[in-house]
Design a protein around this ligand. Structure first.
Ligand code: HEM
Length: 524
């Protein structure tokens, strides 16, 4: 930008007509002579005498997100900049990809300038910076496109995730990370803990594209653990590398239209048959509904009835008799939500995960991790929404005053900030406990905490979505433009109150867990 031709305000003013149209935005001079006919906001607004040939910075930033100007197609419209004698250059550029927000409460406190943390160290900071940069540069453009067109995340992004070993990291700390180069070596596998994992998910949440987040392997994050924990050595050796390298995709297929997630009512069933050559197979018939990533999964970690009351988990590869159909939901079909049909599918008995009839144990093992992951994403997206509302309330002028000068707006902001900080602190505390406990201890001591936090986060998220919509007004209804993040959040915040266990059930679980630990001899 430093080599730009210097153009005076007087010279810009000479270009103020149809076919010869310049404007100044943030000290840069844009030639809109051809673009004005394609301008999504129409030609008239650009030809207005208050805009054509003038400094249109204030008008521009009250109608567009700063990211518009960062697009290469629009950068090409720049023909010069105001002389150095009157300007020190652009001040309103969008932040660099890995840059932290300077907006108060725009980042978790541990990332704030001058704040410290009892839980985070230098490796978390290095990791956060690398992940933020990667997410904004590589993932965000794909996320925005896919939210709109409903396609699954591009293979280019999956390959990039695999290259940084982000897919492997989504399964938390553990032996599966041994020997891997994490985020180009920014941290060592031995350093990786639940805080690193929470950063990864939180940063995905900060993209503000909820359907895409689920499309970006949320199904895999719940579908692979039964294989990691219960797969035979042969199954593990085949499927785990395929999934980590994004060559194949896996999902979890439990819920059914007949019974939702009430496992006792599931109807999909499997019968054991022995072929003439002595090989044993399950023959699986049934349907599954609401299966995240199912439309493009190659493997289905599936729960089926085996015998009278037995429930068994097995991994079913896509093949003869397996069909998937996209289900339309209120978030983007980029999530790959599917209705799955198994029609007499032959599954080798070696694909059984865990003991026959003990499927509940296999499924339950991962519930806490799934809900904790959802807490991380909800906290990340809530933080982004708070940041957006603070920015908007500050920059938006109504009746001659900034929006934030209205006490009712400040009241909403205060509640939003209080909620996101409460959520953050509880999440960090639980994450710390996870770093200190064995898996068994986590199941015993944290199942209730995680469930109650999820109930609290999703309730807070929905209140925050309502407040944000009031602050953004009509802009919160449009999927593009200034309010695009609020629109997405308002439409999808309630999803987290359903997926992974509905709010009421989780609240109930939290209290039941507490009662389990209640000593028998306590009295008022
Ligand atoms: C480099 C110059 C400009 C570019 C590249 C540009 C680009 C765009 C784009 C991409 C949109 C669609 C926004 C969205 O929904 O995502 C838009 C909308 C709009 N633009 Fe521009 N624009 C420019 C300058 C201006 C200026 C100077 C004005 C001055 C008034 C203006 C007024 C509008 C209006 C009124 C809308 C509709 C906003 C809405 O639907 O809420 N634009 N512009």
């Amino acid at each position: 930008m430093s080599n730009l031709r210097e153009i005076t305000i007087e010279e810009v003013e000479k270009h103020s007509s149809e076919g010869d149209l310049w404007v100044i935005i943030d000290t840069l001079v844009y030639d809109l002579s051809k673009f004005y006919k394609m301008h999504p906001g129409g030609m008239g607004v650009l030809l207005d005498p208050r805009v054509a040939g003038k400094d249109a910075t204030t008008a521009f930033f009250s109608l567009h997100r700063a990211e518009v100007l960062a697009k290469p197609a629009y950068k090409r419209l720049i023909v010069g900049s105001l002389p150095k004698s009157i300007s020190t250059g652009p001040k309103l550029l969008p932040p660099k990809h890995d840059e932290l927000s300077k907006v108060p409460y725009g980042e978790a406190m541990w990332l704030g300038d001058g704040y410290s943390s009892a839980y985070h160290n230098e490796s978390h900071r290095r990791f956060q910076k690398a992940v933020r940069g990667f997410m904004r540069e590589v993932v965000l453009p794909d996320a925005m496109a896919c939210e709109e067109n409903g396609k699954r995340a591009s293979q280019k992004v999956f390959d990039a995730l695999a290259e940084k070993n982000i897919i492997a990291m989504r399964f938390g700390p553990g032996p599966h990370l041994k020997g891997l180069k994490l985020m180009d070596g920014v941290i060592q596998p031995e350093e990786f803990d639940f805080f690193h994992e929470s950063i990864l998910t939180y940063e995905l949440g900060r993209l503000g594209t909820r359907g895409y987040f689920d499309g970006l392997l949320a199904g895999g994050v719940i579908g692979l653990p039964p294989i990691l924990n219960y797969g035979s050595p042969a199954i593990k050796a085949k499927i785990i590398p395929e999934v980590f390298q994004a060559k194949k995709f896996i999902c979890l297929a439990i819920t059914e239209a007949f019974a939702g997630s009430d496992v006792s009512g599931l109807q999909a069933s499997a019968e054991l048959v022995t072929e003439e050559d002595g090989k044993k197979y399950w023959v699986v018939t049934g349907t599954k509904k609401w299966i995240t990533n199912g439309t493009y999964a190659d493997y289905f970690t599936t729960g089926v009835r085996t015998g009278e009351n037995g429930f068994t988990v097995m991994v079913i590869p896509r093949g003869d008799g397996v069909e998937t159909k996209a289900i339309k939901t209120s978030y983007s079909s980029t999530a790959g939500t599917a209705y799955v049909t198994f029609d007499r599918v032959k599954v080798p008995v070696e694909n059984t995960l865990g003991e026959v009839g003990k499927g509940m144990k296999v499924i339950l093992q991962n519930f806490n991790h799934e809900r904790w992951m959802m807490n991380c994403i909800s906290a990340g997206s809530m933080r982004l929404v708070v940041e957006e509302c603070l920015k908007w309330s500050n920059q938006r002028f109504v009746f001659g005053k900034p929006l934030v000068s209205q006490p009712v707006i400040r009241h909403k902001l205060a509640n939003m900030i209080a909620r996101v900080e409460a959520v953050q602190s509880w999440l960090e505390n639980i994450t710390y406990q996870m770093t200190q406990m064995s898996h068994k201890e986590q199941s015993d001591k944290l199942a209730g905490q995680i469930a109650l936090l999820k109930m609290f986060i999703t309730r807070s998220g929905q209140q925050t979505a309502e407040d944000a919509a009031q602050i953004f007004g009509g802009r919160s209804l449009t999927q593009t433009g200034m309010g695009r993040i609020i629109e997405n959040y308002r439409r999808t915040a309630a999803f987290d109150a359903i997926l992974g266990g509905v709010e009421d059930v989780l609240g109930d679980l939290g209290v039941r867990q507490a009662m389990k630990h209640m000593p028998p001899n306590v009295r008022l």
